[in-house]
Design a protein around this ligand. Structure first.
Ligand SMILES: [Zn+2]
Length: 194
């Protein structure tokens, strides 16, 4: 199984993504750290894994088609994009898993990942849309629409919320999050094989 992990944003001076107003913590950095850990967990159990961005700052990844082409050219079986959420309302909190609109394999992948995040973090708020019968939210995000593989995008927590930004800066929390996502991938794989 070939898994592409997509750390959101091109990083630092190119595009840091969302930034916490108090600490300066950058979404792109958090996404890369956790993506690397997810990759390591999956490599250790026999998956082939590529990251779309491997550096703190990587200019070509500012073009989202670079990311989808990497996955499509490689023939990825699974594509997971990692981001941190942000809102003007600093009390906004929780995690979301997104897919492209309609029922696709991406929805099954997203549900596996959502359930593992929910199990690992029962104290955090899951932000869901059950109108189509599953917990993921749906939008035509570029990397979800133009990736051939089943794809989902995880908004791990709100970097604009100081409490969640502290978690997003915590190494133990990175590890828990990475393991939850990796378990979601193995759950999905077992479902395919089941
Ligand atoms: Zn983002």
């Amino acid at each position: 199984m070939k898994v592409v992990i997509d750390p959101g944003h091109a990083g630092r001076n190119i595009d840091p993504g969302a930034v916490n107003g108090s600490t300066g913590l950058q979404e792109a950095d958090v996404a890369l750290v956790i993506s690397r850990q997810v990759a390591n967990y999956l490599l250790n159990v026999g998956y082939e894994v590529k990251l779309t961005r491997t550096e703190w700052e990587q200019e070509e990844t500012d073009d989202l088609s670079y990311r989808t082409a990497l996955a499509n050219d490689w023939g990825a079986d699974i594509f997971i994009s990692l981001h941190c959420n942000s809102a003007a309302n600093e009390s906004a909190e929780g995690y979301e898993v997104w897919t492209s609109p309609g029922q696709t394999e991406g929805d099954r992948l997203a549900t596996c990942i959502y359930k593992q995040i929910a199990a690992e973090f029962p104290d955090r708020a899951g932000r869901t849309d059950y109108s189509d019968g599953d917990p993921d939210k749906e939008s035509r995000f570029y990397v979800l629409v133009y990736t051939d593989a089943p794809a989902c995008l995880v908004e791990m927590a709100f970097i604009s919320n100081d409490e969640e930004a502290a978690l997003l800066a915590n190494a133990a929390w990175w590890d828990r999050y990475a393991r939850a996502i990796a378990r979601g991938v193995t759950d999905y794989t077992m479902m395919l094989e089941g």
